[in-house]
Design a protein around this ligand. Structure first.
Ligand code: URA
Length: 207
């Protein structure tokens, strides 16, 4: 049922020419994951080069690293997450999408969230977070890992912000308090809270 509704939004999105990114894209990057089983909507920034070429979010280097972190935390990318971006077409040179581009894509993003009606939303990186956070000076490093409520289209959702995997590609340390360690902790918290029907993280680590 969700799939049919999303298919309608997707076909409109594929035909979209509301902003200049439509002229340079190879593919519209609409979403990845199983909308019928996913209970978490995972929002990134915008497609990069590989995503633009393959038409799927998070398939480049950042996506590969994300996959490793998800698997380690016991979160199934295929079944637990519905992965989308704030902007569906690649900004040239991977620059941050402009406000105008974000506004042009907002209707698709909001429709995806509305149809999914997830148990939680995970904002991956500052661009995704700032699309919904009133104070644009918000720092991901300050609020990551904490649950908060976000209202979208009049509906309240449980939400958490996490680091973007591109940031982790530049930060290799696994020491306590390092970005990679915090990412591990945040994903385990998400799994234990939202996917609480699973075996607890400590036991999962021993399997
Ligand atoms: N970074 C993002 O934020 N989204 C993608 O799909 C790929 C890289």
């Amino acid at each position: 049922m969700k799939k049919e509704c999303l298919n309608i939004v997707e076909s409109k999105c594929r035909a979209c020419k509301s902003c200049a990114l439509s002229k340079t894209r190879h593919n519209v990057v609409f979403a990845d994951g199983n909308p019928e089983s996913a209970s978490i909507v995972f929002i990134g920034e915008a497609p990069g080069e590989m995503e633009d070429l393959e038409g799927k979010p998070f398939v480049g280097r950042a996506g590969e690293l994300l996959n490793e972190f998800l698997a380690e935390a016991g979160i199934s990318r295929e079944d637990d997450l519905y992965i989308i971006n704030t902007v569906k077409c690649r900004p040239p040179e991977n620059r941050i999408p402009t406000d105008a581009e974000k506004t042009a894509c907002e209707k698709f993003l909001n429709a995806q969230i509305d149809i999914m009606n997830p148990k939680a939303i995970v904002f991956c990186g500052a661009t995704a977070l700032k699309s919904f956070w009133p104070d644009q000076k918000v720092q991901i490093s300050k609020i990551r890992g904490n649950w908060f409520n976000v209202t979208i289209n009049g509906k309240e959702y449980k939400a958490m912000a996490i680091f973007h995997p591109s940031y982790l590609l530049r930060n290799h340390s696994m020491q306590d308090g390092s970005p990679r360690r915090l990412m591990q902790q945040d994903l385990i918290e998400i799994r234990n809270t939202i996917l609480s029907d699973r075996i607890p993280a400590q036991e999962f680590a021993m399997v």
